[in-house]
Design a protein around this ligand. Structure first.
Ligand code: NAP
Ligand code: MG
Length: 329
């Protein structure tokens, strides 16, 4: 059973007299900064002056500094800008100001685990990775609760790294539901595997291929859309609420029988073998090299793939159907 820390395992006092620089004011940065400030911590924001977030952070009442200045005057630097941007910004604007005993915080293990950021051995390197988008981190906090998170320590230079990580998790509300102890390696590898095989990649391909088979066989695209996309949410809500058996109990006997017998024939051992290969591509570091090795090339490829997706017929049908149903304006 995983080790789960709750509110009573964490103490804010270790961060109370420290200056915390949240670098980035986006999905995680903004909402974590607001939560930490409401928890009584001393938070400043580090940003680029020409960016869009600067004014927003100021309007929310924070003191905002250039990233290098924020790194210089703080004790705890939480790096909450996009992962792809981190290595460059770290080298130029953070690393020069890392003095002995400072804390470096991440919300995802990618850059540390794959060695794209290599902090000096005299700083603490910790992670609190909320298992939800930043907006929810704030919403749940305002309700007096929080979202679960993963916590890890990569480097404990001061001997206090775990206390610091748990205090950070508590300050954003995550120790209320509980935080799971993990490592940078485990968080990074499972996150990449999950998004490639099941969540983003797997689900999207399953839906697309289901749609293609129906329309290639002459069925109306609108019907196909309802069958293979719209209803995935209803099924997923049931699974999320009570597990797989609960979902099965909520569908017809015909659907139960058909799904149980033919599901494994679609997502068969061949698919599982593919997943093993994808995991190997992640753990070997090949994926990290492919994605981060040449950021410009990756960005270009990503843009191409995004415009291909826009052209898929399911997107056109989806727009029409969602408009009809009032889901999308
Ligand atoms: P994000 O919303 O995309 O971050 C945007 C912020 O980063 C903006 O304030 C932006 O400022 C700043 N920024 C972007 N590029 C910059 C650059 N080159 N120099 C300076 N500032 C820059 O990022 P995020 O999604 O919160 O992700 C932050 C971290 O949290 C990542 O490690 C991610 O893996 C992790 N995480 C995210 C989520 C999530 O749901 N989003 C969940 C768990 C963990 P400007 O206005 O100046 O552009
Ligand atoms: Mg991810």
């Amino acid at each position: 059973m995983a080790i789960i820390y709750k509110d009573e395992d964490a103490n804010l006092s270790i961060l109370k007299d420290k200056t915390i620089a949240v670098i980035g004011y986006g999905s995680q940065g903004k909402h974590q900064a607001l939560n930490m400030r409401d928890s009584g911590l001393n938070v400043i924001i580090g940003l680029r002056k020409e960016g869009k977030s600067w004014n927003m952070a100021e309007e929310d009442g924070f003191k905002v500094y250039e990233i290098s200045e924020a790194s210089k005057i703080s004790d705890f630097i939480a790096i909450l800008i996009p992962d792809v941007e981190q290595p460059r910004i770290y080298e130029k604007e953070i690393a020069p100001y890392l003095t002995k005993g400072k804390i470096l915080g991440f919300a995802h293990g990618f850059n540390i685990h794959f060695g794209l950021i290599r902090p000096p051995n005299y700083v603490d390197v910790i992670m609190v990775a909320p298992k939800s988008p930043g907006v929810r981190v704030r919403e749940e906090f305002l309700k007096g609760y929080g979202v679960p998170a993963l916590v890890a320590v990569y480097q404990d230079a001061t001997g206090y790294a775990w206390e610091e990580a748990l205090a950070w998790a508590k300050a954003i509300g995550s120790t209320k539901p509980g935080v799971i102890k993990t490592t940078f390696k485990e968080e990074t590898e499972t996150d990449l595997f999950g998004e490639q095989c099941v969540l983003v990649g797997g689900l999207m391909e399953l839906i697309k291929k289901g749609f293609e088979v129906l329309i290639e066989n002459g069925y109306q695209p609108e019907l196909a859309y309802f069958e293979v996309l719209n209803e995935t949410k209803l099924i997923m809500d049931l699974i999320h609420q009570g597990g797989i058996e609960h979902m099965l109990k909520g569908v017809s006997d015909t659907a139960k029988y058909g799904g149980l017998v033919y599901g494994p024939k679609v997502i068969d051992d061949h698919v599982k073998r593919n997943m093993y290969k994808i995991l190997e591509n992640v753990t070997s570091g090949n994926f990290a090299k492919e994605w981060m090795g040449d950021p410009e090339k990756s960005r270009k490829k990503l843009n191409e793939l995004m415009s291909e997706i826009q052209k898929h017929p399911i997107e056109k049908t989806g727009k029409e159907v969602r408009r009809l149903m009032g889901i999308e304006k």
